[in-house]
Design a binder for this molecule. Structure first.
Ligand SMILES: Cc1cc2nc3c(=O)[nH]c(=O)nc-3n(C[C@H](O)[C@H](O)[C@H](O)COP(=O)(O)OP(=O)(O)OC[C@H]3O[C@@H](n4cnc5c(N)ncnc54)[C@H](O)[C@@H]3O)c2cc1C
Length: 380
């Protein structure tokens, strides 16, 4: 087909995977991201890469060996702890000492891996898209906050949860799941917070009960990231008359909510090195489908934002990116490629998003301690 002008909005794992595989096949795509540079924002926690999705995409992108250099197979350990701090279940998969299974990598390391694989200037930093205007025949004019515009024959919405490109194909908007994570963290945990490091283990530790919970995860460099979770109103802090910037007030409010939980778990709240970041969890309605629209498609969270309880968000974003790139490489026209890609995308994202909705509802339920123990006993 004649060389189409391809614009990918969003330099997350999905958009970058797509750009990388296209480039390997001689197809140019420009990636636009609102961040001023690649280092401007901390990229967040750890991700486990699944064989059929994230790992498959890394192989397709020619980045498998580079991934293995940074992957943490031991991070697959999964531990369930009671609300009084006893270890109920400790699943150390046999793969934990090999590169099999679902090895972990920091989100920032994964993004760097993908960015370093692209030719310089592929990503246009500091380009925040405001809206896209249909010009007819599948062409769109992209408008950025600095007043610049560019025209594209294919615009790929890889712009995450609050996608602006999604509006071109669908009226759907993310809805609050009813669960908020308050994120906190611990640096050099093994030396500075040995009890918390021991309780966390080498991977993920969860303590979930009565609509509340802790999820602690090892990251690289001795860092432990903890999500203090609660089923609550989105504006819980306003009800508690607390300003989110007031670290002491947030701490006291959280401690009150977790009254009666074991002292070691409460130390995840009190001993914080990083303060607290409020992260209400949103998801798109399931199913999120849209009618075929010439010249535009979505991937990753823009297409199927789901709660982290699927463990699939980044994995699917990368698989989407890889599948879309291959559809473009193998199809006679952009329109054929969009059709082929969306036929793959829709069924698998509905299945994963349905699972994520069930997952968050059983993790934050009155009887979540029983539900999660039963689930993990069956699966580990
Ligand atoms: C607490 C938590 C834990 C998680 N754990 C896991 C896990 O263990 N495993 C897993 O697979 N997934 C996990 N996820 C999900 C995962 O992080 C996302 O699904 C994944 O990052 C989606 O990738 P993406 O490329 O679609 O979008 P994103 O990573 O969101 O990237 C979107 C990009 O678009 C840019 N952008 C946004 N708007 C604009 C605009 N208007 N103009 C220009 N650029 C724009 C952003 O700057 C960003 O770089 C977790 C999520 C959360 C919240």
């Amino acid at each position: 087909m004649p060389t189409p002008r391809i614009a990918i909005i969003g330099a997350g794992p999905g958009g970058l995977t797509c750009a990388r595989i296209l480039q390997q096949h001689g197809i140019t795509a420009a990636v636009y991201d609102l961040d001023a540079s690649r280092t401007v924002r901390n990229q967040g926690g750890t991700l486990d890469m699944h064989p059929d999705s994230g790992q498959h995409a890394l192989r397709e992108a020619g980045l498998w060996d580079a991934f293995l250099l940074q992957a943490r197979p031991e991070g697959q350990q999964m531990r369930l702890v009671s609300r009084d701090g006893r270890i109920l279940l400790d699943a150390i998969p046999p793969e934990a000492d090999t590169t099999e299974g679902n090895p972990e990598i920091d989100r920032g390391q994964l993004r760097d891996l993908l960015l370093d694989s692209l030719t310089p200037d592929t990503v246009r930093w500091g380009h925040k898209l405001t809206h896209a205007e249909a010009l007819g025949n599948g062409t769109h004019r992209l408008h950025f906050t600095d007043g610049t515009t560019t025209d594209a024959d294919l615009v790929i919405g890889a712009d995450g949860a609050w996608s602006k490109i999604r509006r071109l194909v669908s009226d759907a908007a993310p809805l609050y799941t009813g669960v908020t994570f308050v994120e906190t963290g611990f640096n050099n945990a093994d030396t500075r917070h040995p009890r918390l490091a021991e309780l966390t283990g080498n991977g993920t530790m969860m303590a979930l009960d009565d609509n509340l919970g802790f999820v602690a995860q090892r990251n690289s460099g001795g860092h432990i990231r903890v999500y203090v979770g609660m089923r609550t109103d989105e504006d819980w802090y306003e009800h508690a008359d607390v300003a989110l910037a007031d670290t002491a007030a947030v701490r006291d409010t959280l401690l009150k909510k977790f009254t009666g939980w074991g002292p070691d778990l409460l130390d995840f709240i009190t001993h914080t090195d990083t303060g607290y970041t409020n992260r209400p969890l949103f998801a798109l309605p399931v199913p999120h489908a849209w009618a075929h629209t010439p010249g535009v498609t979505l991937l990753g969270d823009a297409a199927h934002l789901m709660s982290p309880f699927s463990g699939m968000g980044a994995n699917l974003a990368m698989l989407d990116g890889a599948d879309l790139a291959h559809a473009l490489i193998n199809s006679p026209t952009v329109d054929d490629a969009i059709h082929a890609y969306e036929a793959l995308l829709q069924p698998r994202s509905v299945a994963a998003a349905g699972g994520a909705a069930e997952g968050i509802n059983s993790a934050f339920a009155p009887d979540s301690a029983t539900q999660v123990l039963a689930h993990m006993t069956q699966h580990h």
